[in-house]
Design a protein around this ligand. Structure first.
Ligand SMILES: [Zn+2]
Length: 513
């Protein structure tokens, strides 16, 4: 023993858990140091890679190590590793790294195995690398099985979605809980989309972006994909779907933000929109387009910018060929001004407001008592569906035909969906209906002055206001203004007719003398 050989140590852990469980860097290092002492090597440097995955060949400390030993060439440096899985997890990556180390002037040694160049040593080494790869895949499988079992028992186990965060609760373990205020914003958005308060996905996007608390990208935007995900995730209705594991509509243990019926309404709306080409005539500049008819032929007028001598001007006009007023333009300003006047007149006097509130309250209470009677019918329906399901499952078990199996499975899926809906109806029915105040108060408040909502509202609000206030198109004449006031019955009952005089109470079809 005249010559003391030089060595370096390489240590690696891939996760914080390994660090904790004693496969940590220092224990690897001390095993290697012991081995070096035993072999009478001089340890010149120790290289650590933390938190890098075993599958990756590029690792910062490994690269440093390669540089280090390459500098010492032609002298050979011993590279010590504690155990073969520290080098690389896969067989291929292992062989690649081993060759690279050799080429850089290193010689691998380990306290746990002998790296040799003879065929026996190579076989052992390759076997060990394969075993370590197998172990890693096995671990993956186990994690996967655990996750699947977790989802099947009703718990989400992926990244939390917006509006939820993970919490540890004694009887559940790790479970999604609402994260306010985002949860409430999402609920309002989803319910608004289902009820057409927000007509398009872009409306929802804008709605989300209007809240500072809502998570956005660096530019303060919520992506269309994010909006689409939020709209279609059954998780918000209290169900889990993981298509890649063939898990569909599994009841979840976390608290839902919306009802299943709302979720279904959203899905239906999106599917319907996908079938129908987007109507593009709704634009901010001509909010009333589609709601104003020609005074002569009663067909909806079209609108657009018409070129004047030097500029373009906004106009409405009748586009019915053969109509007396065909192509005769009316300035947009004129119609907008008259419409604003009309809205101003639709203001509910305070005393009538209270009367209307009482009347609606009575209707609401009546509806509430009726709904308890409907529960019996829902229960009967549910029993019928359950019987049908049982029969289908029997038939499914009896058949070997792939076509029939497919058909049965489709029907079963459909029936299960219906069952979920009925279950929910029953649940809601048993719960108390929301109080009158919660259901109608806001609606009533803006009905006291619709013009305010019109002025401040976005396009979607304006559109829904038009739908709520009027049962029909407004007929407009260039000389006489609006010819009719097709005010919706409930609004008229509420006394939502103002200064226009008592004649207005006649409502639809009213023509000025
Ligand atoms: Zn016309």
């Amino acid at each position: 023993m005249t010559h003391i050989r030089n060595a370096v140590i390489y240590c690696r852990v891939s996760s914080a858990r390994q660090l904790k469980e004693g496969h940590g860097l220092s224990s690897q290092e001390s095993r290697c140091r012991e081995y070096a002492k035993h072999k009478n090597y001089c340890v010149e440097a120790v290289f650590y890679d933390e938190g890098v995955s075993g599958g990756m060949v590029e690792r910062p400390a490994m690269l440093e190590l390669l540089d280090f030993i390459a500098d010492r060439k032609p002298e050979e440096t011993i590279v010590l590793i504690d155990d073969i899985s520290r080098l690389a997890r896969g067989l291929e990556a292992h062989l690649q790294l081993r060759t690279t180390i050799q080429q850089a002037g290193g010689k691998l040694e380990s306290p746990s195995i002998e790296f040799g160049t003879d065929s026996d040593s190579m076989l052992v080494e390759n076997l060990l690398a394969s075993v370590s790869q197998h172990q890693r895949e096995k671990n993956k499988e186990q994690v996967f099985n655990r996750m699947q079992a977790r989802v099947k028992s009703g718990y989400w186990c992926f990244c939390p979605v917006p509006g939820y965060k993970y919490d540890k609760l004694p009887e559940h373990g790790k479970i999604l809980v609402k994260q306010e205020p985002v949860a409430s914003i999402i609920r309002e958005g989803l319910e608004g989309f289902a009820s057409n308060r927000f007509e398009t996905q872009t409306d929802i996007k804008r709605f989300f972006e209007s809240f500072e608390a809502f998570p956005t990208d660096k530019k303060g935007r919520v992506s269309h994909q994010r909006v689409a995900d939020i709209l279609t995730k059954p998780l918000y209705a209290g169900y889990l779907s993981v298509p890649k594991w063939n898990i569909y509509m599994h009841p979840a243990k976390h608290e839902a933000l919306i009802s299943f019926a709302t979720h279904q309404a959203i899905i239906d709306k999106i599917e319907k929109a996908a079938r129908k080409p987007q109507q593009s005539f709704i634009s901010d500049e001509f909010t009333l387009r589609g709601h104003i008819s020609c005074s002569c032929c009663n067909q909806p007028m079209t609108a657009g910018m018409v070129k004047g001598r030097s500029k373009k001007y906004p106009y409405y006009w009748c586009s019915q060929k053969g109509c007396e007023k065909y192509g005769k333009v009316i300035k947009r300003e004129a119609i907008d001004r008259d419409f604003n006047e009309l809205l101003q007149s639709l203001r509910m006097p305070k005393d009538i407001f209270f009367l209307a509130q009482e009347a609606l309250k009575m209707l609401w209470e009546k509806k509430r008592s009726n709904s308890s009677m409907d529960l019996g019918i829902v229960n009967q329906e549910k029993t019928k569906i359950e019987q049908k399901l049982d029969k289908l499952v029997d038939r499914l078990l009896d058949t070997d035909s792939p076509t029939l199996i497919k058909t049965y499975e489709k029907s079963i899926k459909q029936l299960e969906k219906q069952k979920v809906l009925l279950d929910e109806k029953l649940k809601i029915g048993r719960k108390r209906q929301p109080s009158f105040e919660r259901a109608f108060k806001t609606a009533l408040v803006w009905l006291t002055n619709p013009a305010v909502l019109w002025d401040t509202g976005c396009l979607a609000d304006r559109k829904s206001l038009l739908k709520v206030l009027f049962t029909d198109n407004l007929r407009y004449d260039k000389e006489s203004g609006f010819l009719n006031r097709p005010i919706a019955q409930p609004i008229r009952l509420c006394g939502l007719v103002g200064d226009g005089g008592t004649k207005m109470v006649e409502g639809a079809g009213f023509e000025p003398a």
